[in-house]
Design a protein around this ligand. Structure first.
Ligand code: ARG
Ligand code: ZN
Length: 872
C-alpha cells in the first residue's frame, strides 16, 4: 500500500527518551529498549500504541516495570500493538533479539568484516527494536553497548561517552549519551576491532571537539585527507552559514559493506570506506574530490538534517537538496567555482535529466511512494540542490542568506516541512513564493525556448522566451513555473554590453520567466549582440536557443561566463553528434569543433581544469538524452568515435604538447590546481591516443608504467582499455597484481573492464563474477562490475541481441533476496529504456517483464519494475 503525503497525521504516541541496552553477539544480539512514552497532545485519545518493526522477535515486554499479559498486546515481526496503553506518560521496556550476521540487507544492525555497525535511514531502526520509526518522533538517546572485549575493543555511539569499563569474562561496556533529541533514523552504534586516527577542532565559541576516524587496522595512513576535509568543513560551516558543532566528539567510521555513500548519524557518521580512504597511490584526484565533498555533506547534515530534521519522508529534499547545495558551495570555495559548477551540471544532466525524462520521474518533493528507499534519487538530491540555487538567483544573495538564518533560528529542534523552509525565504525576501513552490511539486525538466531578433535600424535586440512542460508519470497538465535566467549580451569585442531596456534604463542581468511566454527588448544595439543565457546554469532547465554554430563558437571563445563558455562548446559538439548519430552531418561540423578546442588548448594556461572540462566531449548518455527517442547506442558510439578520430588527427601536435606544458612538478599533491593540470594532460592523452596509432599507445603504456600516482596510472590504463591488444591485457594484469590485496582499488579495475565498448565485454564481465576480486555480497563490488557495465557501457549493455539486459535482470533477481536496496538501484539502469530504438526497446521490455514476473520480489524491486513498465 502506498504512502501518501496527504495522509500525514501526527503520531498517537511519542517517545521522549530512550535507553538502549545492547549486548553485541554475532548471531544473537540482545537489545533492551526502555522508552519514556506519552500520548501526543494532538493524537487520537485512547488510541492503541502501534510501534514499527521489521523482522523482529519480541523477547519480553513491560510497562512501568510490570510484564504485560499476553492478551494486552500483539507482536508480529513488523508491528507491536498495545491494545490499551496508559492514558498518560509511561515507561515501556521491550526486548528483542536479532542476528546481525544474517543481515545481508545492510539495514539496521549488521556486520561488516567482523565490525558491528548500523544503518537506520530511512527505516532501519525498526529492524533493531520496536519503535515509532518516523522522523517526527524526537527522543534523547542513551546507549549502553556491551561486548566481548577481544572482538570489539571499540564501542561507539551517538553523542558523548559518559561511562566505560571492564566486566567479568573478558567483556566490557560503554555508555553514550546524546543530549540532542533526534529521530530514530539518526541512531547509530559501532563495535569492532578498529584503528583510530584522532585530531581536534576548536569551534569559534571555544568548544574543544575530539575528532576520530575509525578504520581497519593498517589503513590509518589513508585517513589524513578525510580528517583535513572534516576540519575545513567545520570551519567553513561556521563562516558561511554560522553553524557551529554542538557535541564534544565527532566520530567517523569507515566500513567496507555499505549500501550508499555515507550516513550522518548524530556525532557518529558511518561511511562507505571508498569515501574515506585515500593515498596518492590508491586514490585518483576525483576520489579525493569525492571524499572532500561527502565528508562535508555528512558533516553539514548536523544542522540541515539533524538539528532541523524532516517531518516525514516526503520532505527528504528538505535535508538532502539543501545539504547537497551546501556541500557544492563548500567545494566551490575550496576549489574552482566554475569548474565545480560544470562538474555538478554534468552530473545533474546525466543522472537527473535522464531520470526526469523517463518512467521514474517524480517531483523533488514526491507526494506518494511505495518504498522510500527508492527516493534517494538524483531528483531529490541534485535537482533539490538546483532549486535552492535558483531560489538564490531569484531573491538575491542578501535575502537568501537572511532566509537561511531565519530557517536555522526558527526551526532548530523541529521536524520541518518544505513549506516551512520556503516560508522563511518568502518572509526574508518580502515576496510571495507560491509559484516558485511548483519546483517542488512538478516533475520533469522544464524546456525553455529562446528566440532573438535584432533590429539594426532601431538598435533593439528582442528576446522571446517560452516555457513548456511535458507530461510525466501522474502529471499531465502543469502550470508555468518561475524560471530565473541569468544572462548577458555579448558584443563583438567579447565584452558584455550594458543591459538597457527600451527606455534606456539599466536592468538586472536576470530575466525571470514566470509566464508561458515573455518578450524583453533591449536598446542600444546598433550591431547584433550574442545572447548568453542561463549563465552559471541559473535554472535547471533544458534550453533550446536560436544560437547558430558561429554564435556558439564565438561564445566558446569569448563569453565572460565560464560556465557558458563550456556550455557553448558542449552545445556545438552535441548538435554535431546528435546529427551524426542519426546519419546526418553538416559539412565542416567537426572542423568547427576542432577549431573551438584548439582555442581552448591555446588558452589552457588560464585555467587548466576548465580546459580539461572543455576538452571532454559529451558522453554517449549526453548524446542519447539530447536525441530523446529512437536512440541507437551503437550509432551514438560510432558518431562519437568518428569525431574523436578526427580530433585526434587534427589536434594531434597540440594535444601532445600539453603533456609537457602542464606536467605537474614535484611529488603528488591532491590540491585543485595540481588536479586540474593532471586532468588536462589526461584528457588530452585520451584524445591524442584515440587514433589507436601504435606509437601513441606505446607512450600511454610508458605513462602507465612510470606513473607515481593513481590519477595518472589509472588515466593511462583507461586509455589503454579502449584499444584491444596485448598492451591492454598486460596493463590490466599488472594493475591487478599491484593491488591484489586491495578490494577497494580493484573496484576500479572491475569497472574499467566492464566499460570496454567491445562485443567480448559481457563474457569478460561474466568471467569476472568468478574472480576472487569480486564478491556478490558486497555493494561496492556489485556497483563496480555490474553497475559499471549497465551504466558505463552503453553499447554493450544495449547489445542488439538483448544479452546485456538479460544479464542485468538476472543479477537483479539474484541480488534481490539478499539486498533489495542494491538490487533496486541496479535495476534503475533501465530508466531510459523507452527512448531506445524499437528492437532494443522490446528486448528491454522483455527483460523488465521477466523481472516483474518473479514471485516474491522485494517491495524495493517491485516498486521500480512496476513504475518502469507502467504506460506513460
Ligand atoms: N542520508 C544519507 C546521505 O545522503 C543517505 C542515506 C541513504 N539511505 C537510503 N536508504 N538510501 O547523506
Ligand atoms: Zn545527505
Amino acid at each position: 500500500t502506498p504512502v501518501k503525503l496527504s495522509d500525514y497525521r501526527v503520531p498517537d504516541h511519542v517517545v521522549t527518551q530512550v535507553h538502549l541496552d545492547v549486548v553485541l553477539h554475532p548471531t544473537a544480539t540482545r537489545i533492551r529498549a526502555t522508552s519514556e512514552v506519552a500520548p501526543h497532545r494532538q493524537g487520537r485519545a485512547g488510541a492503541p500504541l502501534v510501534f514499527d518493526g521489521d523482522g523482529l522477535m519480541l523477547a519480553s515486554i513491560a510497562i512501568d516495570g510490570v510484564a504485560l499479559a499476553t492478551d494486552a498486546y500483539a507482536a508480529t515481526p513488523d508491528r507491536l500493538t498495545i491494545h490499551q496503553p496508559p492514558r498518560g506518560p509511561f515507561r515501556l521496556t521491550v526486548e528483542t533479539v536479532i542476528d546481525p550476521q544474517a543481515n545481508t540487507q545492510l539495514m539496521g544492525l549488521y556486520r561488516s568484516s567482523g565490525t558491528w555497525c548500523t544503518q537506520c535511514e530511512a527505516e532501519g531502526f525498526r529492524r533493531i527494536t520496536y519503535f515509532p520509526d518516523r522522523p517526527d518522533v524526537l527522543a534523547v538517546y542513551t546507549t549502553r553497548i556491551e561486548a566481548e572485549k577481544k572482538a570489539a575493543p571499540v564501542l561507539l555511539g551517538n553523542g558523548n561517552l559518559v561511562e566505560a569499563g571492564d566486566l567479568p569474562d573478558g567483556r566490557h561496556y560503554a555508555v553514550w549519551h546524546d543530549p540532542h533529541p533526534k529521530p530514530s533514523y539518526l541512531f547509530a552504534l559501532v563495535g569492532g576491532d578498529l584503528a583510530v586516527v584522532t585530531d581536534s577542532f576548536t569551534t569559534r565559541s571555544g568548544r574543544e571537539v575530539a575528532l576520530g576516524i575509525y578504520v581497519e587496522h593498517g589503513k590509518e595512513d589513508r585517513c589524513a585527507y578525510a580528517m583535513d576535509a572534516l576540519k575545513r568543513s567545520m570551519r567553513w560551516d561556521e563562516e558561511a552559514f554560522g553553524c557551529e558543532y554542538d557535541l564534544d566528539v565527532f566520530n567517523i567510521v569507515a566500513v567496507s559493506d555499505f549500501n550508499m555513500g555515507a550516513m550522518e548519524n548524530k556525532g557518529l557518521n558511518i561511511f562507505n570506506d571508498k569515501y574515506v580512504l585515500a593515498l596518492p597511490d590508491t586514490a585518483t584526484d576525483q576520489d579525493y574530490a569525492a571524499i572532500e565533498a561527502i565528508i562535508a555533506h555528512e558533516y553539514f547534515h548536523n544542522w540541515t538534517g539533524n538539528r532541523i530534521t524532516c517531518r516525514d519522508w516526503f520532505q527528504l529534499c528538505l535535508k538532502e537538496g539543501l545539504t547537497v547545495f551546501r556541500d557544492q558551495e563548500f567545494s566551490s570555495d575550496m576549489r574552482s567555482r566554475a569548474v565545480k559548477r560544470i562538474a555538478d551540471v554534468r552530473l545533474l544532466k546525466s543522472h537527473q535529466f535522464a531520470e526526469d525524462a523517463g518512467p521514474l520521474a517524480h517531483p523533488v518533493r514526491p507526494e506518494i511512494y511505495h518504498e522510500i528507499n527508492n527516493f534517494y534519487t538524483a531528483t531529490v538530491y541534485e535537482k533539490g540542490a538546483e532549486v535552492i540555487r535558483a531560489l538564490k538567483v531569484l531573491i538575491g544573495e542578501t535575502a537568501f542568506r537572511a532566509g537561511m538564518d531565519l530557517y536555522l533560528a526558527r526551526h532548530d529542534g523541529d521536524a520541518a516541512t518544505v513549506e516551512d523552509f520556503i516560508a522563511c525565504f518568502a518572509e526574508a525576501g518580502g515576496r510571495d513564493l507560491s509559484q516558485f513552490f511548483l519546483w517542488y511539486r512538478q516533475s520533469g525538466t522544464p524546456e525553455v525556448s529562446v528566440a532573438t531578433r535584432h533590429d539594426a535600424v532601431a538598435g533593439t535586440f528582442t528576446v522571446t522566451l517560452s516555457q513548456r512542460h511535458r507530461p510525466t508519470p501522474g502529471q499531465t497538465d502543469k502550470q508555468p513555473m518561475v524560471i530565473p535566467l541569468a544572462f548577458g549580451l555579448v558584443g563583438e569585442d567579447g565584452r558584455d554590453r550594458p543591459l538597457l531596456d527600451e527606455d534606456g534604463r539599466q536592468v538586472a542581468a536576470v530575466i525571470t520567466l514566470d509566464e508561458p511566454q515573455k518578450t524583453v527588448t533591449f536598446s542600444g544595439h546598433p550591431t547584433r549582440p550574442v545572447l548568453s543565457i542561463n549563465r552559471g546554469f541559473s535554472a535547471p532547465v533544458a534550453l533550446k536557443t536560436d544560437l547558430t554554430a558561429a554564435d556558439l563558437a564565438f561564445l566558446a571563445g569569448h563569453d565572460g561566463d565560464a560556465y557558458n563558455r563550456w556550455q557553448a562548446i558542449q552545445s556545438l559538439a552535441t548538435e554535431h553528434l546528435v546529427g551524426a548519430s542519426r546519419g546526418n552531418t553538416r559539412p565542416g561540423g567537426a572542423d568547427a569543433i576542432a577549431a573551438a578546442l584548439a582555442h581552448v588548448i591555446d588558452g589552457a594556461a588560464a585555467d587548466p581544469a576548465f580546459a580539461a572540462q572543455a576538452l571532454t566531449l559529451p558522453s554517449e548518455a549526453d548524446i542519447a538524452r539530447e536525441m530523446g527517442a529512437e536512440v541507437d547506442p551503437a550509432a551514438v558510439f560510432a558518431a562519437r568515435k568518428t569525431l574523436k578520430l578526427h580530433l585526434s588527427a587534427s589536434l594531434g601536435d597540440r594535444l601532445a604538447a600539453l603533456r609537457e606544458r602542464f606536467a605537474t612538478p614535484g611529488p603528488y599533491s591532491p590540491d585543485a590546481a595540481s588536479a586540474g593540470r593532471r586532468a588536462l594532460v589526461n584528457v588530452a592523452l585520451d584524445l591524442w591516443a584515440a587514433s589507436g596509432d601504435d606509437a601513441r599507445l606505446a607512450v600511454v603504456e610508458a605513462r602507465f608504467a612510470g606513473a607515481d600516482n593513481m590519477t595518472d596510472r589509472f588515466a593511462a590504463l583507461a586509455v589503454l582499455a579502449q584499444h584491444p591488444g596485448a598492451r591492454r591485457e598486460a596493463a590490466l594484469a599488472a594493475f591487478r597484481e599491484r593491488y591484489r590485496t586491495d578490494a577497494l582499488i580493484l573496484d576500479k579495475w572491475l569497472a574499467l573492464q566492464a566499460a570496454i565498448p567491445e562485443d567480448g565485454t559481457l563474457a569478460r564481465v561474466e568471467a569476472l563474477l568468478a574472480d576472487p576480486a569480486f564478491a556478490m555480497g558486497n555493494p561496492n563490488r556489485l556497483r563496480a562490475l555490474v553497475g559499471g557495465f549497465a551504466t558505463g557501457n552503453a553499447t554493450q549493455f544495449n547489445r542488439p541481441d538483448g544479452a546485456g539486459y538479460a544479464f542485468l535482470a538476472r543479477v537483479v533477481t539474484d541480488t534481490d533476496p539478499r539486498n533489495p536496496q542494491v538490487a533496486a538501484r541496479l535495476l534503475q539502469a533501465f530508466r531510459s529504456w523507452r527512448a531506445l530504438e524499437g528492437g532494443r526497446r522490446s528486448l528491454a521490455r522483455a527483460a523488465l517483464e521477466r523481472v516483474a514476473g518473479v514471485a516474491g520480489l522485494s517491495p524495493d524491486v517491485r516498486d521500480i519494475v512496476d513504475r518502469m513498465l507502467s504506460e506513460p
